[in-house]
Design a binder for this molecule. Structure first.
Ligand code: FAD
Ligand code: SIN
Length: 546
């Protein structure tokens, strides 16, 4: 089946939805998303969106904090653009119906910037986190989806999982792409999970807004959708990917066998929560003058060190001193969730551990979200724009997605106006030579193995030896998956497994390349930052197969 539109958008988090609403003014939009539309990292975002609203705050201070966190690798032009555009994008969200918290009450009634309550998070020198209680992402996702549903130029395809991008030179057997590196994108092959068929989506402009890759790790704050599909698809199609060694581990996820690493927002520490050990002693003062509000890489490594020293399974996060009324009003969702797992955070500290949270690297883009394949844009966590450098500053991710979907949509609308490209005839997906698999065990085994090996060998603290071990293992797994991929009918699990393995391989290769420690990449063999050799991005591109 062939579906044609001016714009194809892959992903329904903040990046995809915001872009969709804007480009729909200029053309028809097909938006594919692999599960329910709301299922995204965006929907789980807690802390909020960083932006300068306080009259004592300044763009310069927000920029400085972003640079400090990024440890020398942020692009100054990008940082300036994103920080300065922040307030306009927040106002736009308010106009679209997002209800942020006010200074005076816990109710969601901030009607303009004057009344916004501004929280604090790690690495920020000022209060600048705009939030909707502790469920900011859900407030944004719901408001945007409501607008999307009202727009008759946008067709949403739920349970549609993009497999591979289609470029001019795509050879069709299983979407094997062999690009010239001066290629044009003409859409994507998409697996309809309900109908179990592959559809061909043809478009003039394509946006990858597929989010992050937390599921590459055994322990992650991310929901199941975060399998790095866009990064893997982009790489296979021939885009440049960058900085994939910089995986952010959030310091505080709830430690409980059934909690699936439920995130305990950094805003808890922003409101005075303190990390303590089993004896009740605080420890962050040993690691950074900013103590509990140091940048995330520092806090996550400090916890890792404390756990290795003590042999304990978790450290504790205590905010009980703030009292029941404050905690229930400021963190209603965290309070409720923790209680479900048997912890009353108004009375006792919560057991917490770090977990993989955010991918700072991704498909490299310019300042308007263009990748290096013509008519292919990438926005949100799947992109590497130059904003985050070696470590993203807290709450700069939703901000980046908002600013870039705005910039990219304007550029994409221009592309559409001037579009004269004749896309060659696109062949349908080829499944002739494949049969149903009787070896599902290969998929589940490799899935578990990748996540475990990435956690153990490519985690918060790395070494050359561990990275080499990971590299050897992932090469075998990739080979196995590829053989299986060509022989059997595809399933959603197999598509995601192939992407997970590709992204794991890219992370390992980037990490092996960087012979220093910087931001989120810490290698015990090279514990210092080396500006003279390594103050640069790590760039990877798939070799051209002619
Ligand atoms: P997502 O919101 O993840 O959306 C990706 C979409 O793509 C999903 O709809 C997914 O189903 C779809 N998709 C993926 N692959 C495919 C495919 N192959 N085919 C079709 N569809 C596909 N950031 C902040 O700035 N502030 C915060 O307070 C904050 N809190 C967070 C809390 C948690 C628990 C988590 C996990 C993240 C948090 N982040 C926060 C990070 C932030 O939420 C994400 O980086 C951001 O929402 C990413 O938006 P996105 O649109 O790029 O991707
Ligand atoms: C949090 O609320 O701690 C997450 C914020 C972020 O990831 O930016």
């Amino acid at each position: 089946m062939k579906i044609e539109s001016d714009f194809l958008i892959i992903g329904s988090g903040v990046a995809g939805l915001m872009f969709a609403l804007k480009v729909a003014e200029a053309g028809t939009v097909a938006l594919v998303t692999k599960k329910r539309a709301a299922e995204s990292n965006t929907n789980y975002a807690q802390g909020g969106i960083a932006s300068v609203f306080d009259h004592l705050d300044s763009y310069e201070a927000h920029m400085e904090d972003t640079f400090n966190s990024g440890s020398g690798l942020c692009d100054p032009n990008v940082v300036e653009m994103v920080v300065k555009d922040g307030p306009a994008r927040i106002r736009e969200l308010i106009r679209l119906g997002v209800q942020f918290n006010t200074k005076s009450s816990p109710e969601h009634i901030a009607l303009n910037e004057e009344t916004l309550d501004l929280g604090r998070e790690g690495g920020h020198s000022w209060n600048r986190i705009v939030h909707a209680q502790d469920m900011t992402g859900e407030a944004v996702e719901c408001a945007l989806l409501e607008q999307i549903q009202k727009n008759d130029r946008i067709t949403v395809y739920e349970n549609h999982l993009a497999i591979d991008l289609i470029t001019c030179s795509t050879r069709v057997k299983r979407g094997l792409v062999t690009t010239t590196h001066e290629d044009h994108c003409c859409g994507a092959y998409v697996f309809d999970r309900s109908g179990r068929i592959v559809k061909t989506f043809c478009s003039k402009i394509t946006l990858l807004a597929t989010g992050g890759a937390g599921k590459v790790y055994l322990y992650t704050s991310n929901p199941d959708i975060a399998t790095g599909d866009g990064i893997a698809m982009g790489y296979r199609a021939g885009t440049t990917v960058a900085n994939l060694e910089f995986v952010q581990f959030h310091p505080t996820c709830l430690y409980h066998p059934d909690a699936k690493n439920f995130l305990i927002s950094e805003a808890v520490r922003g409101e005075g929560g303190r990390l303590i050990d089993a004896q009740g002693k605080s420890f962050m003062e040993k690691y950074d003058p900013l103590k509990d509000l140091a940048c995330r890489d520092v806090v996550a490594r400090a916890i890792d060190t404390e756990l290795k020293k003590s042999g304990k399974e978790f450290v504790l996060l205590d905010i009980s001193h703030k009292g029941e009324t404050f905690i229930k009003n400021r963190f209603p969702n965290l309070y409720r969730k923790a209680l479900q797992f048997g912890f009353d955070m108004t009375k006792e500290p919560l057991p917490v551990v770090p977990a993989a949270h955010y991918m700072c690297g991704g498909v490299a883009t310019d300042m308007e979200g263009r990748s290096d394949i013509r008519y292919l844009y990438v926005v949100g966590e799947a992109a590497c724009t130059g904003l985050h450098g070696a470590n993203r500053l807290a709450s700069n991710s939703l901000l980046e997605a908002l600013v870039y979907s705005h910039k990219a949509s304007a550029a994409a609308i221009e592309d559409l106006k001037n579009y004269q490209f004749k896309c060659p005839e696109i062949s349908p997906w080829d499944e002739m030579s494949t049969t149903d698999s009787d070896e599902q065990i290969m998929v589940s085994h490799n899935w578990d193995e990748i996540r475990r090996l990435m956690w153990n060998y490519v985690g918060i603290v790395r070494s050359d030896k561990r990275l080499e071990r990971a590299k050897r293992r992932i090469e075998i797994i990739l080979k196995e998956i590829n053989e299986y991929y060509w022989d059997f009918k595809i399933t959603a699990d197999l598509i995601e497994l192939r992407n997970l393995a590709t992204v794991a391989d890219l992370i390992i290769r980037c990490a092996m390349h960087r012979k220093e420690s910087r931001g989120l990449h810490y290698n015990i063999g090279y514990p210092e930052k080396n500006d003279s050799l390594w103050k640069k991005d790590t760039i990877l591109r798939r070799p051209f197969i002619g």
